[in-house]
Design a protein around this ligand. Structure first.
Ligand code: C2E
Ligand code: MG
Ligand code: MG
Ligand code: MG
Length: 283
């Protein structure tokens, strides 16, 4: 019976694996078609200065406007990365980001726009050239651009990729270390990386209003970020209490639902012009 049971398990495992592979294959095909049909777009989430609540920038986040409904990056980015489709998708995102910066610049908006870059993109030889070209031809200064690179990515990337990042930084773009606190950064290595801002992951900021310990840790990390000569950005701020505490412990910039959720460009521009954009945290 044990033997039969064992074999049954193997069969069940095979079936699950096969179903998983088929689903992955289907998603890959859908992704390819979605890219061709231009179903991907960006939404924008504001970042504000902790001290005053005034807007200082925004993060661009990709959305898939699938015929069946809107899809979040978590449902398709892993597949895009594994299949290499992220290169094609990333090209569209880069064009989109550059065009957006160009439009904002024309309107007199000078806020920095941050774009998330995955490891595969950064390791792709022509990526940085395409990004520089796109921003230049949009007629906007590179200083309006920020690249968000995950901690794990910067820790493990090639010398060539690092050189490319340094080149962009030389143009005036800034570099943010994303999701800090979720990986295994070597502090010694952090010092050597070309970074301007460090984004403390939501996992580090979520409990600051309830837990003294969480607050002490966040405060120590803000100190570390400042020690590196970088700006400290807190992500995933969902309450006014969290915002207040992070401001008190010296965090420079805040981002999260408590300030505003990611918005389509038109809504974002309306929001910029609304009193909420400057007063949100002033109370
Ligand atoms: P991320 O760069 O850390 O982005 C922050 C995520 O937190 C976004 O999820 C955002 O919508 C969400 N968020 C913002 N405020 C709050 C809050 O107060 N509470 C909570 N719980 N969440 C909040 P999203 O848009 O689903 O993106 C997930 C991840 O996908 C991003 O994490 C980023 O790593 C990746 N990603 C997004 N857009 C792009 C892109 O254009 N290119 C690449 N390569 N990756 C992207
Ligand atoms: Mg990010
Ligand atoms: Mg993040
Ligand atoms: Mg994150």
């Amino acid at each position: 019976a044990a033997k039969a049971g064992g074999r049954g398990q193997v069969h069940a495992f095979d079936a699950t694996l096969a179903a998983g592979l088929a689903a992955r294959k289907a998603l890959e095909q859908e992704l390819r078609a979605g890219i061709d049909r231009g179903e991907f777009g960006l939404v924008f989430q504001p970042q504000v200065l902790a001290a005053t609540g005034s807007v200082c920038g925004a993060e661009a986040l990709v959305r898939w406007h699938h015929p069946d409904g809107m899809r979040l990056p978590g449902s398709f980015l892993p597949c895009a990365e594994e299949t290499g489709l992220i290169i094609e998708l990333g090209d569209r995102i880069v064009q989109d980001v550059a065009a957006t910066i160009g439009r904002w610049h024309e309107k007199g908006i000078r806020h920095r726009l941050s774009v998330n870059i995955s490891a595969r993109e950064l390791d792709h030889a022509s990526f940085v050239r395409k990004l520089r070209d796109a921003v230049a031809s949009a007629g906007a200064p590179a200083s309006m651009l920020e690249l968000e690179l995950k901690e794990s990515l910067l820790m493990g990337c090639s010398e060539d990729a690092l050189d490319a990042v340094t080149l962009l930084r030389g143009d005036g773009a800034s570099i943010a270390l994303d999701d800090f606190g979720t990986g295994f950064s070597s502090i010694a290595r952090l010092r050597e990386l070309p970074i301007d801002r460090v984004k403390l992951d939501r996992a580090l900021t979520i409990h600051v209003a309830q837990s003294e310990e969480a607050r002490a840790i966040a405060q120590a990390l803000v100190g570390l970020v400042h020690g590196l000569g970088c700006t400290a950005v807190a992500e995933g701020i969902e309450s006014a209490d969290q915002a207040k505490i992070l401001r008190m412990i010296g965090c420079d910039v805040l981002q999260g639902y408590a300030i505003a959720a990611p918005m389509e460009e038109a809504a974002f521009l309306d929001w910029l012009g609304s009193p909420a954009a400057g007063r949100r945290l002033a109370s």
